[in-house]
Design a protein around this ligand. Sequence first.
Ligand SMILES: NC(=O)c1ccc[n+]([C@@H]2O[C@H](COP(=O)([O-])OP(=O)(O)OC[C@H]3O[C@@H](n4cnc5c(N)ncnc54)[C@H](O)[C@@H]3O)[C@@H](O)[C@H]2O)c1
Length: 270
Amino acid sequence: METTQSVRDAFDLSGRVALVTGAGGGIGRTTAEVLAAAGATVVCADVNAGAAAETARGIHESGGSAESAELNVAEIGAAATLTEDVVGRHGGLHVMCNIAGIMIDSSIIDLDPAEFDRILSVNLKGVLYGCQAAGKVMVEQGAGSIINMASAAVLTPSPGIGPYAICKAGVAQLTQSMAVEVGRRGVRVNTIAPGFIPTNMTARYYTDPDGTINEATKAAVVDPMAKHAPLRRVGTTNDIGYCVLYLASDASSFVTGQLLSPNGGVAMHY
Ligand SMILES: NC(=O)c1ccc[n+]([C@@H]2O[C@H](COP(=O)([O-])OP(=O)(O)OC[C@H]3O[C@@H](n4cnc5c(N)ncnc54)[C@H](O)[C@@H]3O)[C@@H](O)[C@H]2O)c1
């Protein structure tokens, strides 16, 4: 029974403070819920303040500890300000999840420079600012875990999402570069590269012009992907939340600079 107890301890986040960006929906919301269920106090941050507040409210209602904050990850200095505020009120920051992200659909040849700047600002610079803000605090503390959200698009390029994949490849590299710099100070940095997870981000593939989800179109998009995957399904936000929990917790204390790929087996790397 001692082993059972220590396994629970390894995944227990009681007494830890976690900041989750993009916590207003999709993968970020579920991740916030999972970390709170594991005992963390979770700061749910999102550019959509109302959605972030809704996530925090749901966590409260389930008996967890959470608060919400408005944060545009693309704004220089915003993550640093929020982080200082969190540390000032809670005494530390132990887990940083850089999950906020956007998608643009464009071929590389037709990519509009302004659109590229827009996606770079959120998906790559936003992650950098989050890493810097949390990294400074964690290096000072001598401990912490940073988890950055990339995508299977890094491993399996698809036509039309090249600008997104470029940002996510940058996130994977940023993770490795930072991991080698901060490891000796007790800080771990890892990337998760999810496969297809139905969320608001992917809904554009199967949303009718009036804004409703078209279930037939959704099946036409999702079913072939599931059929092609070795595990015969697409992912859920819980699949990713549990990966974040592993990387956030002491269970992964020997893991840094890695790219974890919950994708049903559609892309494999070694
Ligand atoms: N859904 C997938 O199939 C999939 C696959 C691989 C990777 N991802 C990545 O996972 C992350 C979450 O994606 P999702 O599918 O949950 O998307 P989503 O659209 O459901 O949620 C994204 C959240 O980020 C927030 N956000 C957007 N711009 C922001 C900004 N500038 N500052 C702060 N918050 C901002 C949105 O308000 C939203 O709440 C993204 O980084 C995405 O690239 C998603």
